[in-house]
Design a protein. Structure first.
Length: 300
């Protein structure tokens, strides 16, 4: 319960919870990970045991290791400690059904030091054929300090203290999210410029230089991450658990080289649409502010 309170007091985090409620209403992905005051207060010991017995079973478990290990010894240890678990029924995940057909907003009026923005569109599933085109789109728009949104919104116009993008990937859905912290009186203008940048990347392909730098950035960050044993292990674990396969770096780079500038623009046009657009804001907003902000929300 204290953790729920803590996150609700952190607007930079809580604004993303408000956004997921818009993206995936009435679905587990749209619910607060910690639960609610009501659900936690009503939980009994038997509920935890039921959950443990239902999900912590061999058909749901992968044991992943990375480092200076002896394979045969690792396998024997895994068998020793996990073979006693009784196999049960494999539980399917709740599939997403996107029914959004218009722009959606979620405003929370609160006295904060700055206004927190989370603008999101429905993205692509984890193993989608255009996943690397989406990654390049993310890098060009907001993954680092040379990205378009950082340059245009923060550096040139001074409309945000911080701004960036992130990509969420799940089995049958995903999200492309732009998050920003802005001065209260600059909120409307910041959103207007963000929308303009999304429209711009839909209408005109990224430059050859942006394309080259985005690919170089991806390669560098990816290889750097895999140098850390823990990160390498987590990457292997995520691939095995979610896809039941492992993409080697060589395979990923091969697919990256096949991804064209045109693919990036095509993906931008597929996801940056009014019927996929959602905006959550936490800050001291008046009714006039809300109306002005909503007037900017069109990607047509």
């Amino acid at each position: 319960l204290e953790e729920i309170k803590m996150y609700r007091d952190l607007p930079m985090h809580y604004v993303h919870e408000l956004l997921t409620q818009l993206l995936w209403p009435n679905h587990p992905l749209g619910r607060f990970l910690c639960g609610t005051f009501e659900s936690i207060s009503q939980m009994k010991r038997k509920d935890l045991l039921f959950y443990r017995n239902r999900f912590y079973q061999p058909q749901h478990i992968n044991v992943i290791a990375c480092g200076a290990l002896k394979i045969n010894k690792f396998i024997s240890l895994a068998k020793k400690y996990f073979s006693s678990l009784k196999k049960g029924e494999k539980i399917p995940f709740s599939k997403v059904k996107i029914e959004q057909n218009r722009v959606q907003t979620n405003f929370l009026e609160k006295e904060t030091e700055q206004t927190h923005i989370a603008l999101g569109v429905h993205g692509l599933p984890r193993d989608h054929k255009d996943r690397l085109a989406l990654t390049l789109l993310h890098i060009v728009l907001g993954a680092n300090m040379s990205s378009r949104l950082f340059e245009e919104v923060r550096e040139k116009r001074g409309l945000a203290y911080e701004i960036g993008t992130q990509v969420k990937r799940f089995q049958d859905t995903g999200a492309f999210i732009i998050n920003a912290g802005v001065e209260h009186k600059k909120t409307s203008e910041a959103i207007k410029v963000i929308i303009q940048e999304l429209i711009k990347i839909k209408k005109k392909p990224i430059t050859k230089d942006e394309y080259r730098r985005a690919k170089e950035y991806f390669r560098g960050q990816f290889l750097l991450t895999l140098e850390e044993t823990m990160e390498h292990m987590l990457w292997l674990g995520e691939n095995v658990t979610t896809l039941n396969k492992i993409y080697t770096p060589e395979k990923i780079f091969e697919e990256l080289n096949k991804t064209k500038i045109e693919d990036v623009q095509r993906v931008a046009n597929e996801i940056f649409r009014n019927d996929r657009l959602n905006l959550a804001i936490i800050g001291p907003l008046s009714d006039k502010d809300k109306k002005e902000i909503e007037s900017h929300l069109t990607l047509a």
